[in-house]
Design a binder for this molecule. Structure first.
Ligand SMILES: Nc1ncnc2c1ncn2[C@@H]1O[C@H](COP(=O)(O)OP(=O)(O)OP(=O)(O)O)[C@@H](O)[C@H]1O
Length: 261
């Protein structure tokens, strides 16, 4: 039987000793897309940051276990975690464009990010980027690589962020509101591109979003968070079509669905 890629057991995460997340248990299988939804402040981003070890000075995982490929992440040193970020776990943020340097071309920034982890030539990095753009069905990869971030639209910068996260072929992609700053048409494209990448590379994805339409389209399983806890956790079908909890029903009723066309 397949082992989960990631497994959280009774995880508690605190900021300055106050729990923001507690009693959290779920797992992600290789190639699975897990959607985490819940109202603002319910702890969704905290979970992602806890997994990737970016809680900052005020936050810490205070209880439980986080297993990645069967090994407890909480026993790893900061240096080990740093080395894992990129090749093992990639991350995409809400506004990926904002984390790019405005005065350097995309190709230069990409090359610099890759050589932190691998000894490869500039040409090899460009080749891999072009291949990924192709898999994302973006035809003007060459122009994108030769551009400065300010020369690209918000949607294009967001796709650059996804491509940069995927170039080291991580087993797990953590995506925190990757579509929420985009207009609806581009949102749907980005969702399709992420599904495509999962189908091509078998990448597991955890996507945090306010948008039930996005998880409805993308996720295999859904975790619904409320006040730092899991209110509901199940397959997409169970959670969307037969929610057990009134909180989930309220959440489902409150959000716009993406056009299914
Ligand atoms: N650096 C921090 N220091 C102290 N408290 C924090 C910090 N970051 C988050 N919190 C608190 O932890 C709780 C969970 O926040 P988190 O950002 O994980 O929620 P969220 O569900 O992702 O919200 P949103 O959808 O608005 O991004 C909130 O009460 C928040 O105020």
């Amino acid at each position: 039987m397949k082992q989960p890629l990631l497994k959280l057991e009774q995880v508690e995460i605190c900021y300055r000793r106050t729990p923001a997340v507690h009693g959290l248990t779920f797992e992600v299988m290789p190639g699975e897309i897990l959607g985490i939804v819940g109202e603002s402040g319910s702890g969704k981003s905290t979970v992602i940051k806890g997994i990737i070890g970016l809680l900052g000075n005020e936050g810490a995982v205070t209880e439980g276990k986080i297993y990645y490929k069967g090994k407890d992440l909480l026993h790893r040193t900061q240096e080990e975690l740093r080395k894992m970020r990129g090749p093992e776990m990639g991350m995409v943020f809400q506004n990926a464009g904002a984390s790019l340097c405005p005065i350097r071309k995309i190709e230069d920034q990409l090359y610099e990010a890759v050589i932190q982890h691998e000894h490869v030539s500039r040409g090899e990095v460009r080749c891999r980027a072009m291949d990924l753009f192709e898999k994302m069905k973006l035809s003007d990869g060459s122009r994108i690589l030769d551009s400065y971030p300010f020369e690209l639209s918000g949607g294009m910068n967001q796709r650059v962020g996804i491509m940069m996260a995927m170039i080291l072929k991580p087993a797990l992609l953590l995506a925190d509101e990757p579509t929420s700053a985009l207009d609806v048409t581009i949102q749907a494209q980005v969702v399709r591109e992420m599904i495509n990448l999962r189908d091509t590379f078998g990448t597991s994805i955890i996507i945090v979003t306010h948008n039930i339409g996005v998880v409805e389209r993308m996720a295999d399983n859904i975790a619904v968070m409320c006040q730092g806890q899991l209110a509901e956790y199940g397959t997409k079908h169970e959670v969307i079509h037969s929610p057990r909890e009134p909180y989930t029903r309220k959440l489902l009723g409150a959000v716009l669905r993406l056009n299914r066309g």
